[in-house]
Ligand binder design. Sequence first.
Ligand code: NAD
Ligand code: UDP
Ligand code: UDP
Length: 345
Amino acid sequence: SRHLSSSSSSFTPMAMGRVPLGLKRKGLRVVVTGGAGFVGSHLVDRLLARGDSVIVVDNLFTGRKENILHHTTNPNFEMIRHDVVEPILLEVDQIYHLACPASPVHYKHNPVKTIKTNVVGTLNMLGLAKRVGARFLLTSTSEVYGDPLQHPQTEAYWGNVNPIGVRSCYDEGKRTAETLTMDYHRGANLEVRIARIFNTYGPRMCIDDGRVVSNFVAQALRKEPLTVYGDGKQTRSFQYVSDLVEGLMKLMEGEHVGPFNLGNPGEFTMLELAKVVQDTIDPNARIEFRANTADDPHKRKPDISRAKELLGWEPKVSLQNGLPLMVQDFRNRIFGDHKANANAG
Ligand code: NAD
Ligand code: UDP
Ligand code: UDP
């Protein structure tokens, strides 16, 4: 028999029925799994602002209550502390499925749990979407391309992924999640959307999550050396979080399944990123080289032609403009407002 979360009855079921595309809709009921996390909390802000009812389903593994605290008195907002690896019953119109640790440090911490979250968690959310006829959006990742042999990466590229490495729990987990999503689409006629997200940064990132932008920013603010792994010549493309949220919502509302690359095509080596951080925070910040981690992809840059053409989407915020917005947030959280002001000068 199915185990169902006791919290599943906390949402009053309403008359179901999918609203046809193109009709003006008011007050969609939207689930955001992982909504207490970095990307999810920004998405929740936008959904509530446009008048939707939002249920966040999050086990707070890497998410923080602080990210959604400003909504707790909003009657259109609800947070359920729940692990997506367990089934749950809800009545909703759309599901944004983000629940999964995203930082390599976090997803390697308990790799089997990461796989369960990606596979069983995604299966449960697809089963839920099927039962209520909700539209389902998966946040996949550029990691499905592995250490890519094609550059930049288009969605047609199948990737170069190590199935038995330390990153595989995430890379292969997300690849399986994509497979499940397409099988529910083909087999159960489910309305699905797949986003392949490239490295994203912005306010509310976990300060010590080990990702490169959060590391460099926190290190520069704390007057610690910037830790560049390997020779620092590997590349990534950094997207500001508001651009991503815009892309996710356009994808959900549009009529195309995808997959769609959502990322900023600006490509930086880690040494170039360190330079931007120095220019933004502290020109005297020192650089310290460290051994790189296993299976680190050498380069990554999205080809976003498909999203441009079919979703009418492209990023608007450059790294030089986005970084200061994140720095302000990190300053406040690391030093507290009082000291932040003292340091701002
Ligand atoms: P995050 O770690 O800040 O957020 C993930 C959220 O999921 C957290 O709130 C966490 O508590 C929750 N969560 C994790 N496991 C869960 C479980 N089993 N049950 C319920 N909740 C669970 O990460 P993020 O950067 O906001 O990433 C969000 C999504 O976007 C993830 O699926 C990630 O794979 C994807 N993504 C992010 C990036 C990026 O650069 N930020 C890049 C590619 C893909
Ligand atoms: N599921 C869920 N909530 C629902 C419906 C299904 O969590 O509202 C879970 C269910 O427990 C199962 C998974 O989603 O583990 C897949 O459900 P589906 O009905 O597609 O498959 P089945 O239950 O037949 O294996
Ligand atoms: N990296 C680095 N210094 C750090 C953290 C990461 O040079 O303090 C490098 C890492 O080796 C990788 C790149 O930055 O080449 C991006 O790493 P991140 O963990 O942010 O994301 P992902 O590897 O998932 O793209």
